[in-house]
Design a protein. Structure first.
Ligand code: COA
Length: 261
């Protein structure tokens, strides 16, 4: 496994735990951290032994408090556009379209790029101290890592625009009511809870899960018919080893042993 400076990666029970490790800066995403996260996600997605990825922030205060403001404070129009385009390509869109399920364990502040990263994950679990928001307009800018698209998808347009326009933060229980996080669990149980969910997911066909991620994402793409994408992805499952194993195991009244992902 690669050595990183701003993140660390641990592996247990076929689950990769990626931790963003800049607690003194509340795990803010600088350029180097985004590049390291890209590499770590790619490496674990390509590893057939890794069934689920869990991402969290180090320390007890923050998941990620946003993009690193010190890096872009003097950017020009072109540099600003490039920053958003590169970030979306390397990390946010990249994570959303991985074959491997990604769970965000939101252990504190998830602001700006931090909430955008959590929203790019396939689903989210939060601890009670989590505070979530897109405060960019308070800095004279807008969310640039997919926040204007994914927040309305998750919570609806009106709530998303209120959050964006007020630059306010919502707490974990509000986020659960909004559908932004699926569960709220005590901070000391957060990673175990996510691991239990990951283990449940791991028992199922990784190939089918990857097809499901692709079909769900298709529904949010411009110019793509999600129903047609589902039909294609459904059909493709029939040509897989996992499908043969899953259906055979059911008929033989035994537990399926899925080969890979
Ligand atoms: N970019 C760069 N540095 C950041 C940061 C960010 N997004 N968020 C926090 N930090 C740094 C602070 O500058 C501070 O560094 P310092 O100790 O060298 O001065 C350190 O992290 C701790 O943050 P601090 O503000 O002292 O903690 P706090 O508990 O008083 O406040 C927040 C916590 C999250 C409310 C506050 O840090 C904040 O508003 N951060 C920016 C959030 C934001 O606007 N994100 C969107 C960016 S587009």
């Amino acid at each position: 496994m690669e050595e990183y400076k701003n993140i660390y990666v641990e592996e247990e029970n076929h689950i990769a735990f990626i931790t963003i490790d800049r607690p003194a800066k509340l795990n803010a995403l600088n350029r180097e951290t985004i590049a390291e996260l890209h590499d770590a996600f790619k490496e674990n997605d390509e590893d057939p032994d890794i069934k689920v990825i869990i991402i969290t922030g180090s320390g007890e205060k923050a998941f990620v408090a946003g993009a690193d403001i010190s890096e872009f404070a003097d950017f020009s129009v072109t540099e600003g556009e490039t920053l958003a385009a590169k970030g979306q390509h390397l990390l946010f869109d990249f994570v959303e379209h991985l074959r491997t399920p990604v769970i965000a364990a939101v252990n504190g502040f998830a602001l700006g790029g931090g909430l955008e990263l959590a929203m790019a994950c396939h689903f989210r679990v939060a601890s009670p101290n989590a505070r979530m928001g897109l405060p960019e307009v308070s800095l004279g800018v807008i969310p640039g890592y997919g926040g204007t698209q994914r927040l309305p998808q998750l919570v609806g347009k009106g709530k998303a625009l209120e959050m964006i326009m007020t630059a306010g933060m919502i707490n974990a229980e509000e986020a659960k009511t909004y559908g932004l996080v699926n569960h709220v669990v005590p901070q000391e149980e957060l990673l175990d809870f996510c691991e239990d969910l990951a283990l449940k997911i791991s028992k199922n066909s990784g190939v089918a899960i990857a097809a499901a991620i692709q079909a769900v994402n298709a529904g949010y793409k411009d110019g793509v018919d999600g129903y047609k994408a589902e039909i294609k992805a459904f059909g493709s499952c029939f040509g897989t080893e996992d499908f043969r194993e899953g259906t055979t195991a059911f008929l033989e009244k035994r537990k399926a042993e899925f080969p890979g992902k």
